[in-house]
Design a protein around this ligand. Structure first.
Ligand SMILES: *Cc1c(COP(=O)(O)O)cnc(C)c1O
Length: 232
């Protein structure tokens, strides 16, 4: 199937999942994840109506965006960011989903300040406390928010979650539900706190049902990624 046909199906599934919600959590933004895929596929997605693109590595994104030649696309960094890449990241991305430490927040703030930008970010929360995952534990979330609030060139727009890869995808549901609760709790006392980024190919329908308003989808749109040795 083509990117265009896959996209149509995914958009339909998002709509269906929205209709199954018990609460009106509003619209859902689809971020098409193009990591490890060619610029041609990226263009194909954009020409088929995609307005949000997600990449997970700064270097790969820099190379691809340079030859993309498509305007009006919102660019998301969804992967882990090293502090020494913050300078490049603020030049490339509209929204960074993966802030998970005070060091990183401080580095982004400094880099954004240097180019006169206020960088929109999400905090990545490691809600399942997985040792292998990036993200901040729930216990440390408020401290990180407080730190970000002291920084002038970085603006906290919401939260991001990568759910564990459970064999039974239904096991993600309680996590998504807790994340939505935390998101609403934090948002009560904040402005511009709008985005809850959760849900990937295997679990986005459940994420949308539970209140995600950004989903990050690669495989369902572009097929399996081919990992070349150099990219591992
Ligand atoms: C790769 C990736 C995705 C997309 O994963 P698929 O399973 O291909 O949909 C979403 N979020 C993050 C953080 C990723 O790294």
């Amino acid at each position: 199937m083509s990117v265009k046909e896959n996209l149509k199906l995914v958009i339909e599934e998002i709509k269906n999942a929205k209709n199954r919600r018990n609460v009106d959590y509003g619209d859902v933004t689809l971020v098409a994840v193009t990591k490890n895929h060619s610029v041609d596929l990226m263009r194909e997605a954009i020409d088929s109506g995609v307005t949000n693109i997600g990449e997970n590595r700064v270097q790969e994104a820099a190379e691809k965006f340079q030859i993309l030649e498509r305007d009006g696309v919102t660019k998301h960094l969804i992967g882990h960011l090293q502090t020494n890449k913050a300078k490049q990241a603020v030049k490339l991305f509209d929204l960074i989903h993966s802030v998970d430490s005070e060091n990183l927040a401080t580095a982004i703030d400094k880099a954004a300040g240097n180019i006169g930008k206020v960088q929109d970010v999400l905090i990545q929360v490691n809600l399942a406390n997985e040792e292998t995952k990036f993200g901040i534990n729930e216990d440390n979330l408020q401290n990180l928010i407080d730190t970000i609030d002291t920084l002038k060139n970085i603006r906290l727009r919401g939260l991001m979650l990568i759910a564990p890869n459970y064999a039974d995808v239904e096991e993600c549901r309680p996590l998504f539900r807790s994340m939505r609760k935390i998101f609403e709790q934090v948002g009560k006392t904040r402005q511009d706190f709008d985005f809850l980024s959760m849900g990937m190919t295997h679990d986005y329908k459940i994420a949308v049902e539970e209140g995600a308003n950004i989903v990050r989808i690669g495989t369902a749109i572009f097929g399996e990624r081919i990992y070349l040795p150099a990219n591992q």
